[in-house]
Design a protein around this ligand. Structure first.
Ligand SMILES: NC(=O)c1ccc[n+]([C@@H]2O[C@H](COP(=O)([O-])OP(=O)(O)OC[C@H]3O[C@@H](n4cnc5c(N)ncnc54)[C@H](O)[C@@H]3O)[C@@H](O)[C@H]2O)c1
Length: 410
């Protein structure tokens, strides 16, 4: 078993589905790396410079092949890494490869529940990380709320946070001034390139893989027209769907209108929809009263960070039977007429659960932002103010220039 020098020694080193899947996972990671020129060049440099030597990094990010390339960058850069993912998005092959071939302490498996996820976040924090890289602020929350980890409030050198949801939680719920958290999602490059273009196309891909249904001519309601929702609405329109946007912010709704989308309220839009997608980052967006309005055979999916955008408990309670009819489709029978509603991927992020998540090249850019942010914290945390804040501008511009070099000028 891989020996970790910095972390607590008398604890399990990993918890994954099946170590025998490692060779398949290593192939996936190598395929991803072959399309990640920015990360490949960073890996070469970090292996020489070793900026993370002696440091333990605790990470929460989807355990999939592109993340695997990031793990290679951090371990070759000298770090001990403990990693967990999110419910529904873990590739068990990648998890096995990271444990066996990359020496990462992985706590994650495909079928994990949200309770498992929190237990795994605790496993990661029990390695006493010097730096954390978070996804949705679950690691941050534990450091602030669980006494077992409160000592990290004074020892942590810094953190990154990947998502819109995590950024909202850090600013609205925790308001920490104990260390700097660099918010990857605050960069325009992540918002525009990843959220708009990457999420837009991968959500369409995930829905098509999950259902195998045609999108042309379908009436699709997209709830939330932020960076991810607008990209998703655009890509769905490109596939021939008739898209209606439901957006709570008046200015953003106006933007959707100016882009030529129908805009409406849930009450008006749902009875006529073939498909409904939530992508807001907020809880309980779809509830009992909304399921009641939907017609027979409506397909429902979530692409926002947390499953709880859709109240699956209320959907279960109001249905007489539930049946998994395809690997990513559950049918709920509802009411006297036995209306069927189809929920994709148990309301987990449909692009990561039913598909492979964002295209590889897009995550080459996003993970370069992550890597350089962690390097800045490791080498120069004192230059950063101790609050949640954007990634330093020079890092964002460096990654944008590298992307131009590899995507356009090559
Ligand atoms: N699936 C993925 O791969 C992926 C990638 C990045 C981000 N995300 C997640 O997607 C979600 C959205 O991210 P974003 O960057 O687009 O955020 P954003 O803040 O840019 O947009 C969210 C939009 O939803 C609207 N909204 C909020 N509550 C609403 C409601 N009840 N009804 C209608 N509209 C509502 C807001 O006004 C806002 O315009 C977040 O949870 C984020 O973490 C997912």
């Amino acid at each position: 078993m891989y020996q970790n020098n910095n972390a607590t020694q008398d604890k399990s080193s990993h918890d994954i589905a099946d170590i025998r899947l490692a060779s398949e996972g290593t192939k996936r990671i190598k395929w991803a790396k072959s399309h990640m020129p920015i990360m490949s060049s960073l890996i070469e440099r970090l292996e020489k410079d070793k900026p993370f030597k002696g440091l333990t990094i605790g990470i929460c990010l989807h355990v999939e092949a592109k993340t695997g390339v990031w793990m290679e960058a951090l371990t070759k850069g000298g770090a001990t890494v403990a990693l967990t993912g999110s419910p529904g998005s873990t590739q068990d092959e990648t998890a096995a490869a990271l444990v066996k071939d990359y020496g990462v302490h992985v706590f994650s498996h495909r079928e994990e529940t949200f309770a498992d996820h929190i237990a795994y976040c605790k496993e990661v924090l029990s390695f006493n990380p010097d730096i954390i890289a978070d996804n949705g602020a679950d690691l941050h929350e534990l450091i602030f709320t669980d006494r077992s980890f409160s000592h990290l409030q004074s020892t942590l050198q810094g953190a990154t946070e990947e998502t819109t949801t995590g950024a909202n939680r850090l600013r609205e719920d925790f308001n920490s001034d104990k260390w700097s958290t660099l918010i990857i999602n605050d960069t325009l490059s992540k918002r525009i390139i990843e959220n708009r273009f990457g999420v837009g196309s991968s959500v369409v891909d995930g829905i098509m893989r999950a259902t195998n249904v045609m999108l042309h001519g379908k009436k699709v309601v997209v709830i939330g027209y932020g960076y991810c929702g607008s990209g998703t609405a655009q890509r769905l329109r490109g596939m021939g769907a008739h898209v209606t946007v439901v957006e709570s912010n008046a200015l953003t709704r106006l933007e959707a209108h100016m882009e030529g989308f129908y805009t409406s309220t849930l009450e008006k839009a749902l009875p006529d929809a073939d498909m409904v997608i939530t992508i807001t980052g907020r809880d309980n967006v779809l509830r009992k009263e909304h399921f009641e309005l939907m017609r027979d055979k409506t397909i429902i999916a979530n692409a926002g960070h947390f499953q709880r955008e859709i109240n699956t408990h209320e959907l279960e309670t109001m249905s007489s039977t539930q049946e998994r009819i395809r690997p990513h489709v559950t049918s709920y029978q509802i009411g006297e007429n036995q209306k069927q509603l189809f929920l994709l991927s148990d309301a987990n992020l449909v692009n990561l659960s039913a598909g492979d998540g964002n295209p590889i090249e897009i995550m080459d850019l996003g993970l370069a932002l992550q890597t350089l942010s962690l390097e800045r914290i490791a080498l120069d945390a004192k230059s950063l103010t101790k609050i949640p804040q954007p990634v330093p501008y020079d890092i964002e511009m460096m990654v944008a220039e590298l992307s131009c070099e590899h995507w356009i000028n090559h």
